[in-house]
Design a protein around this ligand. Structure first.
Ligand code: SF4
Ligand code: SF4
Length: 293
């Protein structure tokens, strides 16, 4: 297998992290987190966060109680369900009450289910103890740059400690917090995957270095995802183009020598349900669940 033994043991029934497991085990995302604390130039806020989601799809927003109920209903229908994640539609940690309440309820009602979280990383270190207490052992951080210059082309602003920062100042804080968050997870024994949105003209040159850096800091997977054009985003207005399939493949190969790359990620939507590559979300919408009890 492609993973070291100790990590392998931790992820063997995790469909997203194990190439073997993703054929047999199911995962589910619950969309409980509407707000975001940064702006990415590839995001139009109408759709799910690119932290962990396929852009262009709107998720049905749930309360923590509805989310927990949905998890239980799905677990009864799909016994291979091993992982429940929160990935949006905004940033889970920009909605800490809703996100952590959801995890608490799931942990209470279905303690065997593994929990995971995707974030842009801005406030990850702030919540590290909470994440540890809830035994969330998988965190995905979306990191798109190494240099402040590149980051400032991707993020026009952030909202941090009650105020808005813009341009290079924003980019500098965000990068620092992302790498600090990564470090805090590693120090606390939390597995970290890094997602990178590959935008050839913006961060293409920096990705091999980024890949080396996150590996040396202890991330165990680096998932390079293609930028996908979204209607009305700053990037699409500026005519920024997505990578070609060939460019994506070459970038993934270039970084492969560096670390374990995840090639089977399907960029599932924030309310995806089922085996990877499969989405049974429509079977478990709110109105259908209300008929269950
Ligand atoms: Fe959009 Fe996610 Fe970026 Fe927030 S972190 S702006 S929700 S892509
Ligand atoms: Fe797994 Fe990727 Fe889907 Fe998240 S988006 S559940 S990491 S395949």
């Amino acid at each position: 297998s492609f993973l070291p033994e100790d990590i392998r043991r931790k992820v063997e029934n995790h469909p997203c992290y194990s190439q073997e497991a993703h054929h047999f085990y199911a995962r589910m995302h619950v969309a409980v987190a509407p707000a975001c604390n940064i702006q990415c130039n590839y995001c139009n806020r109408k759709y799910d966060c690119a932290n962990e989601s396929r852009p262009g799809v709107v998720s049905e927003l749930l309360t923590p109680e509805e989310a927990a109920k949905k998890v239980l209903a799905v677990a009864m229908e799909i016994p291979q369900l091993t992982v429940v994640g929160i990935a949006g539609p905004g940033d889970p940690l920009a909605n800490p009450e809703r996100t952590f309440r959801t995890f608490e309820l799931i942990k209470e009602k279905a303690p065997d289910i593994k929990l995971c979280l995707s974030t842009n990383g801005l406030v990850l270190d702030k919540y590290i103890n909470k994440i540890k207490d809830l035994e969330i052992d998988h965190v995905t951080i979306t990191i798109n740059a190494v240099s402040v210059d590149t980051a400032s082309k991707i993020y026009p602003w952030i909202f941090y400690n009650h105020r808005r920062y813009r341009d290079k100042e924003a980019a500098k804080i965000l990068l620092e917090k992302q790498y600090e968050g990564l470090q805090a997870c590693v120090e606390n024994g939390i597995l970290v995957k890094v997602n990178t949105v590959f935008v050839p003209e913006i961060n293409g040159e920096e990705i091999p270095e980024l890949s080396k850096k996150v590996r040396s800091m202890g991330a165990f997977l680096h998932n390079i995802m293609p930028y996908v054009e979204g209607e009305g985003t700053a990037f699409s207005k500026a005519g920024i183009r997505p990578p070609t399939p060939q460019e994506l493949k070459e970038m993934q190969e270039k970084c492969e020598g560096n670390m374990n790359l995840m090639r089977h990620c399907r960029q599932c939507r924030a309310d995806a349900i089922g085996l990877l590559g499969e989405d049974r979300g429509q079977e478990f919408t709110k109105d259908k669940l209300s008929k269950i009890n």
